[in-house]
Design a protein around this ligand. Structure first.
Ligand SMILES: [Zn+2]
Length: 195
């Protein structure tokens, strides 16, 4: 049974995982990135004035493909793939850097915390309060966990520390100086143009 297949819409999608699992159902769709509120807080602010590269004017989406099923112990599982591209702020160069995020999802759905605790250790529980859950809620934690810690890979960050030193002086030369604050003095020296 195919539950749904549709394009991104502003309404949040809800599914009934226990029901879907009994039917071996699938869910496939695209969810707007802006519907993941906790994830959005971790992303670089989008500059509306900045030109978007490929999909002009199209809002970023998360492509989702989920399969629901029961195992022989009648536990409810969801597995699937989630793909999106996000912009993350690099701590070093402060640029918004695009990074693809691909998640392989495998959750065991349970009703109530106590059932989650009694689950086998190799299963990752997802606790539901009722029979329905928003697809976005189901996958948001997994997306957050998949965010890279290092936004710019060391070699392609344009603000590697060595590049911040004034021209002609290498990092090593500066470190050999008597006064470690000489670097700061250099930084603070006002520009003759007053900039
Ligand atoms: Zn960077």
């Amino acid at each position: 049974m195919i539950a749904r297949a549709m394009s991104a819409q502003p309404q949040p999608y809800a599914v009934e995982p226990f029901h879907l699992a009994r039917q071996r159902g699938n869910w496939r769709g695209r969810i707007r990135l802006s519907q993941f509120q906790r994830l959005a807080q971790l992303l670089a602010p989008v500059d509306p004035a900045a030109p978007t590269s490929e999909a002009d004017g199209e809002e970023a989406v998360v492509a989702v493909q989920l399969s629901f099923f029961q195992d022989e112990q009648r536990r409810t599982h969801v597995t699937g793939e989630v793909h999106t591209q996000v912009y993350l702020s690099c701590q070093r160069c402060l640029q918004a850097v695009p990074r693809p995020i691909d998640v392989q999802l495998a959750l065991c759905l349970v009703r109530g915390e106590d059932r989650a605790q009694s689950l086998d250790a190799e299963l990752e529980p997802f606790v539901l309060d009722g029979d329905t859950v928003l697809v976005a809620d189901l996958i948001e934690d997994e997306l957050i966990l998949a965010l890279p810690e290092l936004v710019c890979q060391d070699r392609n960050c344009p603000s590697m520390p060595a590049m911040r030193y004034p021209a002609g002086e290498s990092e090593a030369e500066l470190e050999q100086g008597d006064n470690p604050f000489a670097v700061l003095k250099h930084w603070r020296k006002p520009d003759p143009d007053g900039q």
